[in-house]
Structures are given as structure tokens and as C-alpha cells.
Design a protein around this ligand. Structure first.
Ligand SMILES: Cc1cc2nc3c(=O)[nH]c(=O)nc-3n(C[C@H](O)[C@H](O)[C@H](O)COP(=O)(O)O)c2cc1C
Length: 333
């Protein structure tokens, strides 16, 4: 069905098509019509991060920035949904157009810039959700918050969502908030992660609730930066890595007329890069939980990630091009 609608949706600007698709899905969920296109099998369950995932397939951050579609996305049968990125205060993000389709390449370039309705709005959506699907919350910092005070933004969001999220992601890898990726470097990383982890540990004691914290990384890190970051996550006792965010590179799309658009590239052209990051992480560290994301658009891609040591996988761009039938195939894997 999605394949039938896809050419129509692709006539519309990407953000409009995105909103229409998610609202149609929400409508179908309310009318209990999703059984026509969702997976009959629930997939292979897995226990990770002290959470029981009903399968290893998840929706990546950015698709549902504000938690508006939690029950609709859960109805697709996924094992988990990551919402956000959310920031303490609402922000409108970069000016439009800021999302571009590279159709032949099955890719997107986005420079959304953490457009979101703020953490209080998201908390209400988390409280209202009916589904029991595992939900992670992806945190960013507000654009105007200086890097030196970034920890305050992450901690603010952590406190707000602590009781309502199943895991949280410290997003220091989006290319679309000026200088955010510098938080991945030694100058900021240890202080930032230590402060967030301390707050998480305090909240754990206060509420007798565990909340796994993962760090989402860029595929553009050089090896030394990657290994230092993995070691830091491990040393500080954070719970895992999400690899990867979008890339600033254009190596597989250099000739495309949109290749010069500023923003992060996602989808098929980054599959190799994200896979190689996963392999490097696993060669360096055998035990940290890793969620692999980036360019997964087929069963073969998913199998390759699991064989390389991914515990879970996530999708965004693959879903835009393939629709729910890709999820169905992956869940049945
Ligand atoms: C339009 C768009 C918005 C995104 N927003 C976020 C975000 O807010 N936080 C985040 O960590 N990643 C965000 N991402 C990155 C995805 O979660 C994912 O890491 C990346 O797109 C690679 O996966 P894919 O090739 O399956 O899309 C966004 C991606 C796209 C295309």
C-alpha cells in the first residue's frame, strides 16, 4: 500500500509528506486498521539494558520529534521507538526548506536543527501513551546554549523525562546545531558525560528506577576520536552507544544536484560508513551494548549489522523509501 502512495507523497515537499504519512498512520491506528500492513509475528525478543525488547528493530530518533505518534508507531510492531531530539525549550529549527530527498540514491539530506516543541510537551505525550512499546528519548541542547553549559540542557531534559522514558540518548552528534559535535571531543566529553551520569545516578536512588543512558555518535569521527569516546562511555559506566547519526560527507552522492545542500546525509549512501563504525566499535569493545543505525534498507543490511555485533538496529530513511513492509521483513527475520 505504501509503495502505491509513495509516488504521490514524493510529489509533495518532504516535510509535508512526512506529516501526512504519520497522521494517516495515526488515523489507521485509531480505526484499528494497522493489522492490514503490520507484521503478524512479534519477532525475536531480547533482554538488553535491563529492558525486555519484543524484537530488535527500532525507529530512529528524528522521525517523531515530539512523541506525537507513539501509539501509531508502536502499532507497526517495532521493538522500540526513539523520540526527539528534544531540547529544554521549544525551538523552530532552521528555516525551510531543510529536508531534501535524493530519490535515486534512497537518501535524505536534512538540516532540521532540532525543531521540537520542548521537553514539557514531550513529557505529556509520554504520559498519554497507551502502548507498552519501549521508548527512548533523544536529548539535544538548545541552539543558544553555549557548549560550556550544554550539560545543563541535557540534565534538565533528563530530570523531566526520568520517570516516563525507558532509556535516554545523549545526542552529541547532530551536524545541524552549530558546534554540537565538539561535545564529542576530549575538551568537553568527560565533564559532560560525568555530570549527566551523576544526575542519572542521583535520580536512580531518589526514584528507585533505572534509566539506561546511551551516547549517539557521528560517523565522521576519526578512529582515535571514536576509540577515545567508546573508552570514555565504558569507563564512566554509561550503558551503550548508538552508531551512527547522519554524515557530513558526500562521498557516494558527489554528483547529485542536492549534494551541496548543508546538512546530514542519511540512507543508503551511509550504510557502509555506519557499518564500518560498528565493526570498529566491536573490535575495540566487545561488551558495550551497541545500537546500529544508518542506511539499513534491507534484510541483508540488518543481518550484516547483527553479524557484526549490533544488539539492536534502528531505521529512519529506509522507512521513508520502503515503508512498513521493510519493518515487517526485519521483524520476521
Ligand atoms: C529528518 C531527520 C531528522 C533527524 N533528527 C534526528 C534527531 O533529532 N536526533 C538524532 O539523534 N538523530 C536524528 N536523525 C538521524 C537518524 O536518527 C539516524 O541516525 C540517521 O538518519 C541514519 O539512519 P538512516 O540512514 O536509517 O536514516 C535524523 C535524521 C533525519 C533524516
Amino acid at each position: 500500500m505504501y509503495k502505491f502512495f509513495c509516488p504521490l507523497l514524493f510529489c509533495l515537499p518532504p516535510e509535508v509528506a512526512h506529516a501526512i504519512t504519520l497522521n494517516l498512520l495515526k488515523f489507521a491506528t485509531v480505526l484499528k486498521l494497522t493489522h492490514f500492513f503490520v507484521c503478524k509475528s512479534t519477532g525475536q525478543p531480547i533482554n538488553l539494558l535491563d529492558l525486555q525488547f519484543k524484537n530488535r528493530i527500532g525507529i530512529a530518533a528524528g522521525l517523531d520529534k515530539n512523541g506525537d505518534y507513539l501509539d501509531a508507531l508502536a502499532a507497526l510492531g517495532v521493538g522500540f521507538i526513539e523520540v526527539g531530539a528534544v531540547t529544554p525549550k521549544a525551538q523552530i529549527g532552521n528555516s525551510k526548506p531543510r529536508l531534501f530527498r535524493l530519490v535515486k540514491e534512497q537518501a535524505l539530506i536534512n538540516r532540521m536543527g532540532f525543531n521540537n516543541k520542548g521537553v514539557d510537551y514531550l513529557v505529556n505525550k509520554l504520559k498519554q501513551r497507551k502502548s507498552t512499546c519501549i521508548v527512548g528519548v533523544n536529548f539535544g541542547k538548545n541552539k543558544e546554549t553555549p557548549l560550556a553549559q550544554a550539560a545543563d540542557d541535557y540534565i534538565y531534559c533528563l530530570e523531566k523525562v526520568f520517570l516516563y522514558a525507558d532509556f535516554c540518548t545523549i545526542n552529541i552528534s547532530s551536524p545541524n546545531t552549530p558546534d554540537l559535535q565538539q561535545l564529542q571531543t576530549p575538551l568537553y566529553l568527560e565533564n559532560l558525560l560525568t555530570a549527566i551520569k551523576k544526575k542519572r545516578d542521583d535520580l536512580t536512588i531518589q526514584h528507585t528506577k533505572k534509566l539506561p543512558l546511551l551516547v549517539k555518535i557521528s560517523p565522521d569521527l576519526i578512529d582515535a576520536e571514536l576509540y577515545a569516546l567508546v573508552d570514555m562511555v565504558d569507563k564512566l559506566g554509561l550503558d551503550g552507544i548508538i552508531a551512527t547519526n547522519t554524515t557530513n560527507q558526500r562521498s557516494n552522492v558527489t554528483n547529485h544536484s542536492l549534494a551541496k545542500q548543508i546538512g546530514g546525509l542519511s540512507g543508503k549512501p551511509i550504510a557502509r560508513l555506519s557499518y564500518e563504525m560498528l565493526v570498529k566499535i566491536r573490535q575495540h569493545n566487545k561488551h558495550l551494548p551497541v545500537i546500529s543505525v544508518g542506511g539499513i534498507s534491507s534484510v541483508a543490511d540488518a543481518k550484516q549489522r547483527f553479524q557484526a555485533g549490533a544488539d539492536l538496529i534502528q531505521l529512519y530513511t529506509g522507512l521513508i523509501y520502503e515503508g512498513p513492509r521493510l519493518l515487517r521483513k526485519l521483524i520476521e527475520l
